[in-house]
Design a protein around this ligand. Structure first.
Ligand code: LLP
Length: 427
């Protein structure tokens, strides 16, 4: 989970391309991705879990479902975790295969189940009993047998932000650990469903290995029973490996992880979970999202105004909370750096967008170098849950998005236009 953004001759570069050049060519706000960062993160995970005989990495599309990213992941050999019909269709459009997709989510509709069955997804991760019976009904009507895996709620604390923790009993996700065996037993009498595996996912942006290990230790006795009595073939251990959002630029040097020994890495994660699952005699599935794309993307924005209001200084930029909602939704920290290094003194400022909400900020009370109107800032580590959570609030078109690989770059998503914003509306 290192990345390929760094300064060369005082200018921020994405791989070998200057970010200012990208901004002048494609405009701002602009999402810029480093293709080789994505490749490296994927290969690093694949390499670190290679002690397990049979694995499938299912990239979590919700982290960033850009077709260009999905196509790259499919080429790298990844499967996919999809959470809606739309995500499944994106994967198929980008050249991914349904039989390498896990269909997850607490609220699948009949139509979504039908699509998943027709396309032949690898498994439906089931999150309630009612859903399982509906899957059976839909499969019967299509004369199919639906593969399923129960998402177990292991009631383990992931020690992350309350809005992205999913494996505690009070979260809406999964089925209570205690009820799972009975459910597989009951399911055996239904003709159009067949157990294929079992799944957990305890949360996101988890920065230590302890919660993963605790969840696996709790799960293993259950997994063995399911293997022996219900012939499951896989155990899906979810995603959730966190990235460091601090000192994002220092992480482009190899020494950085050494300095932050507390922080999780894909390597540390793999080192701890691999021994627990490699001898289960099952295929092991991983559903990483953020750890693959988080540090592979930045949001480039132009400073519009500097406003002094009493003792406060606002740096008003052209990107808003509609483009990247993480800071205000999760109090998330994203490093913000001037795209050109200047020898200026630092000051304390709020970096805010143009949206009519007090929550429209990227940073509050941030100590950073002074910038001037017209200059560019980069919001780092914005590759995951940035573009995929963007909206059109305040009738703002979503940004253009660009892929960089080495010294080449290409537009992978056009900036939206006014006609995109009103498409489908009548009056
Ligand atoms: N598998 C399942 C079933 C999930 O629900 C998720 C994420 C993942 C895998 C991937 O987790 P990751 O490896 O990316 O942590 N919008 C929030 C994060 C929401 C995560 C939702 N589920 C954020 O911006 O922090």
């Amino acid at each position: 989970m290192s990345h390929r953004f760094g300064f060369s001759k005082g200018c921020l570069h994405a791989e070998e391309v200057s970010v200012s050049e990208l901004a002048s060519k494609y405009g701002t706000p602009l999402y810029v991705y480093s293709e080789n960062t994505i490749r490296n993160n994927y290969s690093s995970l694949a390499k670190n879990i290679s002690a397990i005989d049979d694995t499938m990495i299912c990239y979590a599309v919700k982290a960033n479902g850009l077709l260009a990213i999905l196509k790259l992941m499919a080429e790298l050999g990844s499967g996919f975790d999809v959470t809606s019909a739309g995500e499944l269709q994106r994967v198929l459009k980008a050249g991914g295969r349904a039989e390498r997709c896990t269909f997850v989510g607490v609220g699948k509709t009949r139509e979504e189940i039908e699509l998943g069955l027709r396309r032949g997804v690898y498994t439906f991760n089931v999150e309630s009993e009612d859903e399982l019976w509906l899957i059976n009904d839909v499969a019967a009507s299509l004369r199919k047998i639906a593969p399923f895996s129960v998402r177990v709620n292991p009631d383990v604390d992931a020690k992350t932000h309350k809005k992205i923790t999913t494996g505690k009993a009070e979260n809406k996700f999964g089925i209570n650990y205690e009820r799972v065996l009975d459910l597989y037993k009951k399911a055996a009498s239904y003709k159009n469903i067949r157990p294929r595996g079992v799944q957990i996912h305890i949360g996101s942006q988890i920065t230590e290995t302890g919660p993963f290990v605790a969840a696996l230790q709790k799960m293993i006795p259950l997994v063995l029973q399911l293997r022996d009595h219900h012939k499951i073939e896989f155990f899906d251990i979810g995603g959730g490996v966190g990235i460091s959002y601090r000192d994002a630029l220092a992480s482009s040097s190899t020494s950085w992880w050494g300095k932050n020994t507390q922080h999780i890495t894909l390597q540390k994660y793999a080192l701890e979970v691999t021994p627990l699952v490699k001898d289960l005699g099952l295929k092991i599935l991983f559903e990483p999202g953020r750890s693959i794309v988080g540090q592979a993307g930045i949001l480039v924005t132009q400073v519009l105004y500097i406003k002094h209001a009493g003792r406060k200084v606002y740096t008003i930029v052209d990107a808003g909370m509609n483009d990247l909602i993480r800071p205000t939704l999760y109090e998330a920290y994203h490093e913000i750096v001037p795209v050109k290094k200047q020898n200026r003194k630092t000051h304390v400022t709020d970096v805010v967008g143009p949206v009519c909400e007090s929550g429209d900020y990227f940073a509050q009370g941030r100590q950073m170098p002074e910038v001037r109107a017209g200059e560019l800032l980069a919001v780092m580590s914005a590759g995951a849950y940035g573009s995929s959570m963007a909206s059109n609030y305040n009738a703002r078109p979503r940004p253009a998005e660009v892929f960089v690989a080495g010294s080449s770059h290409r537009l992978v998503r056009k900036r939206e236009s006014f006609s995109d914003l009103v498409r489908g509306e009548t009056f």
